[in-house]
Write a protein that binds this ligand. Structure first.
Ligand code: HEC
Length: 132
């Protein structure tokens, strides 16, 4: 029983770690990209407010290659290594770029609770939130 419990709590911990990574990556997109690639505007046909939309991409094709940050147009754009420089204006900070990169490298899961408006602990049930 004790073993089962520790396996369970390990699983829950790693799920939370993944979700944290996802929340950090997607939060940068929300803050820096959704204004032009979100519900109100889809510049070059691209929306970045869902995993499906990022995978589908815009006029140039997929913006996201899960597990491969370097191949992802999002990263090429924020690193400004190709023809695109996103967002227009000041470059993202290294920390912001790293947050998106590690999220994509880990498979680009969409967070279960996206965005700063819904902090993770506000919506996760007491059983999962307090088990660790
Ligand atoms: C102020 C508006 C604006 C913001 C903010 C913005 N973009 Fe863009 N984005 C554009 C415009 C305009 C284009 C089309 C540029 C072109 O075709 O040359 C574009 C195109 C793109 C494309 C290519 C889409 C395609 O398939 O043609 C990618 C990828 C992209 N943006 C990523 C991002 C990312 C990632 C962010 C946030 C870090 C971001 N953009 C923020 C305006 C914006």
């Amino acid at each position: 029983m004790r073993r089962l419990l520790s396996v369970l709590s390990l699983t829950i911990c790693s799920l939370h770690a993944q979700d944290d990574l996802a929340a950090r990556g997607v939060r940068v997109l929300e803050q820096k990209c959704w204004g032009c690639h979100g519900p109100n505007l889809a510049q070059s046909g691209l929306r970045l407010d869902s995993r499906e939309a990022a995978l589908k991409g815009g006029a140039r094709g997929a913006a996201l290659v899960p597990g491969n940050a370097a191949q992802s147009r999002i990263i090429q754009a924020v690193r400004r290594t190709g023809e695109l420089s996103m967002p227009p204006g000041p470059k993202l900070s290294d920390a912001e770029i790293a947050a998106i990169e590690s999220w994509i490298a880990a498979g680009a899961a969409w967070p279960t609770t996206a965005g700063p408006a819904s902090p993770r602990f506000a919506t996760s049930g007491p059983a999962t939130a307090r088990s660790a």
